[in-house]
Design a protein around this ligand. Structure first.
Ligand SMILES: Cc1cc2nc3c(=O)[nH]c(=O)nc-3n(C[C@H](O)[C@H](O)[C@H](O)COP(=O)(O)OP(=O)(O)OC[C@H]3O[C@@H](n4cnc5c(N)ncnc54)[C@H](O)[C@@H]3O)c2cc1C
Ligand code: SF4
Length: 557
């Protein structure tokens, strides 16, 4: 359909191949179908076993179940029952995060926990902020264009159509987008809060262009999902069902088409047969018993730390250093985005928590500008820390005791803006196995991270830009915090086993039926938040698997 009709019919067009929005219950927040979902025996040789019910795993499972595949998802975390399990409270939301032990190292060790990844049915998007930008075409060509990072083995045209379908499925609301590959969104932009207007005013005074959105948050109604109520608990798991996550956007349809989700089951290794193909996944079930789910195809979607960990823990005589690691690529090039934030104070009450955190954005600084003295760039997004997050801001700026108490009492007068820097993929930033083990006796992951000079220059420059925005908007006081967000890479896609773990079809080099379907396959990370691109890539992979353009065990590829 052309852009003219899409613009005219905005919001009234739903995705034809996903009924999740109608399957949800208007009276309850639970994922419909848990009690009645299809169950498979572990010795059923199902068509696909997916590790991880998050962004990538859920989209892949939903698509392939619709294509008639028999699919089992193994998920380490629980099957959420939001009416009982999710609370509108920062401290009470900790069970949503992956807080199991991980070891950190390097010159810039990354604090892991609530800010990085989730655990449970729906994955990290259950508590993501809802911001759904696309990558720019240049993100997939940074080596050719800017001499840094890596080129992807696919280009923007390979995922563009999937972006459009996913934006309709979530659905995404926002203004027409001028940056990267210019495009429009299926739903109109949300109204913005007074706190965000203040920041926009500062940007405008500096000649920085901003736009509203894009967010995967219902504006209007969408099937049985209601309009956002702007209460601001998006990072605590939206109890309204307005914010998109696979829990409500893909898993209802997946269960309706025969997917089984085996929750509270921790995958511990991928098993190969004598010919070197995978024949299933070993996991510890909810009772701690080891099980093997047999499958013709295995897809790993455990996110950027747990996916490399699972591969490294799947060593075998053919893969002595870990599955797919014969060229020492597994775990390398893991990335985080720089995510400094600056908060400004105004005399009037702004109540920044009264809206979803991401409201207005700029991608004006996204691409390389040689005048800035570093390669690639950053995006700017409004954010809105709740009180515990706010206390971290105050502390980071050096305030403690009585001063901190005053800043906490003053919370309603503040508004916050942040950046996402494209930090570069470096081979020594990597996931390895630590000596420590988890409750299953499985070695935990160690993440080493050190920034290069380009990363440091990018972070310093961008922090100054957001500080300038606050001053240009007349802030009376400014606090800044230097931090990191998101996880990407660790099992990247590429053109050869020497430079990657999987090929352009997400297939592990040398293993015909193991695929990686999460954020760990990204060779670069751009300055965009990753969830929509993870889903779009999983959608593309599903299309190729369903069309038999890449193979199952025993299927010609
Ligand atoms: C606080 C926060 C805010 C964010 N905000 C945004 C945002 O606004 N926009 C955006 O685009 N992105 C955002 N993100 C990032 C985004 O949520 C993730 O990038 C994305 O969800 C990752 O998708 P994935 O499929 O790779 O992994 P996930 O969605 O994390 O799914 C992985 C799943 O695998 C399971 N798993 C892992 N290992 C195993 C194992 N061995 N056995 C069984 N199961 C396993 C995990 O429990 C998890 O459920 C945010 C993240 C956080 C933490
Ligand atoms: S602000 Fe909107 S999207 Fe966020 S939790 Fe509330 S209803 Fe959900």
């Amino acid at each position: 359909m052309g852009d003219f009709w899409r613009g005219l019919l905005k919001g009234s067009l739903g995705p034809p191949d996903n009924d999740s929005r109608f399957l949800l219950d208007v009276q309850s927040r639970a994922l419909p179908g848990e009690e009645t979902m299809r169950r498979y025996a572990t010795d059923d040789d199902v068509d696909l076993v997916v590790v991880g019910a998050g962004a990538g795993g859920s989209v892949l499972a939903q698509r392939l179940a619709r294509a008639g595949w028999r699919v089992v998802i193994i998920e380490a975390g629980p099957f959420w029952h939001p009416d009982a399990d999710w609370v509108s409270d920062e401290a009470g939301s900790h069970p949503l995060y992956w807080t199991q032990k991980r070891i950190i190292g390097g010159d810039d060790p990354i604090e892991l926990g609530k800010n990085n990844s989730g655990r449970g049915v729906g994955g990290s998007m259950v508590h993501y902020a809802g911001y759904c930008p696309r990558f720019h075409p240049s993100d997939l060509r940074t080596a050719s264009l800017d001499g840094v990072g890596a080129d992807w083995p696919i280009d923007y045209s390979d995922i563009r159509r999937h972006y459009e379908v996913l934006e309709a499925e979530l659905p995404v609301a926002g203004q027409n987008w001028p940056w990267g590959y210019p495009h429009r969104y299926p739903s109109s932009p949300h109204p913005i809060s007074g706190a965000a207007s203040k920041l926009w005013e500062g940007a405008r005074n500096l000649g920085i262009e901003m736009r509203v959105g894009p967010v995967g948050i219902v504006n209007g109604t969408f099937g049985n999902r209601p309009h956002c109520i702007y209460r601001g608990y998006c990072l605590q798991g939206c109890k309204v069902n307005a914010k998109a996550s696979p829990y409500i956007t893909h898993l209802p349809d997946a269960l309706a088409h025969g997917v089984e989700i085996r929750a509270d089951c921790m995958a511990t290794r991928v098993e190969l047969d004598d010919a070197g193909a995978a024949h299933g996944v070993v996991y510890h079930d909810g009772h701690g018993t080891e099980q093997l789910q047999r499958a013709k195809t295995v897809a790993i979607a455990g996110y950027s730390i747990e996916t490399p960990r699972l591969l490294l823990n799947s060593a075998s005589p053919r893969h002595r250093h870990g599955l797919g690691n014969n060229t020492d690529q597994v775990g390398r090039y893991v990335m985080v985005q720089g995510a400094s934030q600056a908060a400004g104070r105004w005399s009037q009450e702004l109540r920044m928590y009264k809206a979803p955190p991401p409201q207005v954005t700029s991608e004006q600084f996204y691409e390389t500008d040689t005048g800035r003295g570093f390669a690639r760039g950053f995006s700017i997004q409004t954010v809105s820390p709740l009180p515990i997050g706010w206390s971290e801001h105050v502390l980071a700026d050096g305030h403690w005791g009585r001063a901190m108490r005053e800043y906490m009492r003053d919370y309603n007068h503040w508004s916050t803006i942040g950046v996402l820097n494209e930090l570069l993929p470096l081979p020594d930033n990597r996931i390895t196995l630590a000596d420590e083990t988890d409750c299953h006796g499985i070695p935990v992951a160690r993440m080493d991270y050190t920034r290069c000079d380009n990363d440091k220059a990018n972070m310093e420059y961008s922090t100054q830009v957001i500080t300038d925005i606050l001053h240009a908007a007349g802030a009376q006081d400014v606090l800044t915090i230097r931090r990191y967000a998101h996880l990407i890479g660790g099992a990247r896609m590429g053109t050869a086993p020497e430079n990657s773990v999987v090929d352009a079809d997400h297939r592990m080099w040398g293993v015909p039926n193991v695929f990686i379907a999460d954020g760990s396959v990204f060779p670069t990370q751009g300055s965009a938040n990753p969830a929509l691109t993870i889903m779009a890539l999983a959608s593309r992979l599903a299309e190729r698997l369903a069309g038999k353009r890449v193979g199952q065990k025993g299927v010609q590829s």
